[in-house]
Design a protein around this ligand. Structure first.
Ligand SMILES: C[S@@+](CC[C@H](N)C(=O)[O-])C[C@H]1O[C@@H](n2cnc3c(N)ncnc32)[C@H](O)[C@@H]1O
Length: 234
């Protein structure tokens, strides 16, 4: 629960999320509680200048480097889906730091989307829960790229949602996402990513270590670093 006196706290509800009990409603509940101070927690952690999470920064940088190699540095009009855009911190990095401005955001939390909307950086915002169902607003191969920061983690998107997410990417397009629990068997992420490779859906471009919570890792979920994964859709 909120710690009285803490400038910005990490919600217990978030630590309680797990893959056995997670649901659309549980995720929405967590972000209803967190939305009001999510940006402060990410940006300030336990005080100005000490971020609580680096995922959006790491993801933006990794995407920029991958897209530069893939499409060339000057290609800034890529149609990018920010999956699990939340309040828009990941999109803001893509736009302000790297100059990408053809952004769509998607999230299941209306509370987070309301904040993202106020940033005015996304051309389109989609409210949806991503699981195994087809998201009707998204055409096959509609996006040049998908990024996702802070979403492939305990108790949030399930591994089998990758079938739907890969549908959104055009052949030759890329997906770049952070994953602090990639190697944990119970997450199913690694197994699913490898099976998509075996099925010829995508190929691994890079799997590197990147900063995630850094030294501000919350108790009980101490992911200082994450895997930063880049795949190319085939
Ligand atoms: C930790 S926040 C990350 C927000 C943003 N990308 C960032 O880097 O700050 C995770 C977001 O993913 C969304 N999310 C989690 N699972 C989801 C799912 N299955 N479908 C849609 N959105 C989901 C949550 O609602 C939340 O806003």
């Amino acid at each position: 629960m909120a710690q009285e006196g803490d400038a910005v706290y990490y919600p217990q509800e978030m630590l309680d999320l797990n893959w056995n009990t997670t649901s659309k409603e549980k995720i929405q509940e967590v972000y209803k509680v967190w939305a009001g101070h999510y940006d402060r927690w990410v940006l300030e952690g336990s005080g100005p200048g000490t971020p609580g999470c680096y995922s959006h920064l790491s993801c933006g940088e990794a995407f920029f480097n991958a897209a530069k190699d893939h499409y060339g540095e000057s290609k800034k009009d890529l149609k990018i889906m920010d999956f699990g855009c939340g309040s828009g911190l990941s999109g803001q990095v893509l736009k302000d730091k790297y100059g990408y401005d053809n952004l769509t955001g998607l999230d299941v939390s209306e509370d987070m989307l309301n904040i993202a909307r106020q940033r005015n950086i996304y051309k389109t915002l989609i409210s949806a829960f991503v699981g195994t169902d087809r998201i009707k607003e998204i055409q096959d191969g509609e996006y040049d790229a998908v990024i996702s920061s802070g979403v492939f983690q305990t108790g949030q998107v399930r591994a089998n949602a990758l079938d739907e997410i890969t549908r959104w990417i055009k052949p030759g397009g890329i997906m770049c996402f952070t994953c602090p629990v990639f190697d944990k068997e119970e997450s199913g992420y690694k197994e699913k990513c490898e099976s998509l490779e075996k099925e010829g859906k995508w190929t691994l471009v890079s799997n590197k270590e990147a900063e995630y919570y850094g030294d501000k890792a919350p108790k009980g979920r101490g992911y200082k670093t994450c895997r930063m994964l880049v795949y190319k859709k085939l």
